[in-house]
Ligand binder design. Sequence first.
Ligand code: GLP
Length: 242
Amino acid sequence: MRIHILDSYEEMSIKAASIVASQIILKPDSVLGLATGSTPLGMYAQLVEMFRNKRIDFREVKTFNLDEYLGLAPDHPQSYNYYMNENFFQKVNVPRENINIPPGNPENIDTACLSYDRAIKEAREIDIQVLGVGTNGHIGFNEPDFKLKTETHVVNLTRETIESNSRFFASADDVPRRAISMGMGSIMRANKILLMASGANKAEVIRKTVSGEITTEVPASLLQLHPEVILVLDKEAGSYLD
Ligand code: GLP
């Protein structure tokens, strides 16, 4: 793993955006795996800025988002579809037809999972997968469990995730109990992985990600098996690393 520890959230966002931008400059038709959550917001803002300054162009880029809450329509302010449009897609030029986000209200969930995986396969490879990490070690919505799924699937969110994500909702009762998430296989098959984490509450999970036991109980620890992982952290999140 290559680990960058930056002094501030802003520097971290600039570093992560530069890594994604370099990917697009080197390969304009890159396939990006994208994440939501509070951590990558600054990175998206930086990428939008670079686009406005004509330093990057998303015309040929294709994207796949990691996950979505089940039961939230795309125009629900807490849906990840809404988040992506508000913070990124509305402000850059990724063609509509190149944007893939799991549906929150599919007619048939099994078919939706299968067709999401088919679309990933048709894109051939994800060049760079951006990840945040839950305090319990989840990536995407692959929650700690005694076994993990390879492909896109429905997840029952853990109590810790519901509690932690309740900060975005009126109360924990309003947080959807289920989500649809890309599986560990699709994440691990990405050519490069860029994992971002910020804040002291992520220090312990980052220590486990980098040097803890490799266990499905900490899904992020499986990244130790991936040949090209870049960690971009602020100093609080990196504070338990040697
Ligand atoms: C959410 C998302 C993850 C995200 C994580 C961390 O539940 N499903 O993709 O990485 O939690 O979120 P945050 O960046 O807000 O800490």
